[in-house]
Each structure stands twice: as C-alpha cells, then as structure tokens.
Design a binder for this molecule. Structure first.
Ligand SMILES: [Zn+2]
Length: 99
C-alpha cells in the first residue's frame, strides 16, 4: 500500500513537471521571464519527489543557471563531432550533450 502511494506521487510529479514545461513553452513567446519561473517550479517538484527530469526536458534547461533554453532565443546550438554544444545566452556557459 505504501509503495503504491509512492508510485502514485511520483507519477503525479512527472505529470506536473511535464505540464510546467508545456506552460514554459507556451508562455515563452509572450512572457519569457515566466518560463524561467516554470522551470524553477519543475525542478523543485523533481527534488521534492526525487524524480529525475526526463531527458528531453533536461536539455531545455541550462545546467549552470537553470534558465529555460530556446534555440535561437536564449540558447545557441552547434554540432561538435558526436556532441551538441549548447551555449546558454543568459550565463554564457556551454553544455555538451551527445545526440
Ligand atoms: Zn545558463
């Protein structure tokens, strides 16, 4: 019973994180500053319920300053061999991800 409850909580946490990223995406065009706020909330839920951020969402957040990354707007992406180098335009730091 306890385990089931835990699973349910994690499930809910995942859904909320997904939802916050959807909101961040939609708000970005009109209120880019709100997007960062949604990312902060999503991260907080992840930490509280100890759930990992899904891979595809993780790459939308700067791992240095946690800004919401949008190609051509808040981030610049370049192919570097077998990696994608993403430069965060908020803090200027770079992340390298395999693709
Ligand atoms: Zn950054």
């Amino acid at each position: 019973m306890r385990k089931k409850q835990k699973d349910w909580a994690k499930d809910m946490a995942h859904q909320r994180i997904q939802r916050l990223f959807e909101l961040a995406y939609h708000e970005f065009k009109t209120h880019p500053e709100r997007s960062n706020r949604y990312v902060v909330l999503a991260r907080r839920i992840g930490m509280r319920y100890r759930v990992r951020m899904p891979h595809e969402l993780k790459r939308m957040v700067c791992k240095h300053c946690h800004a919401y990354l949008v190609q051509g707007a808040t981030a610049r992406t370049r192919l570097q061999g077998t990696h994608i180098a993403t430069t965060c335009l908020s803090c200027g730091k770079q992340m390298r991800l395999p693709y």
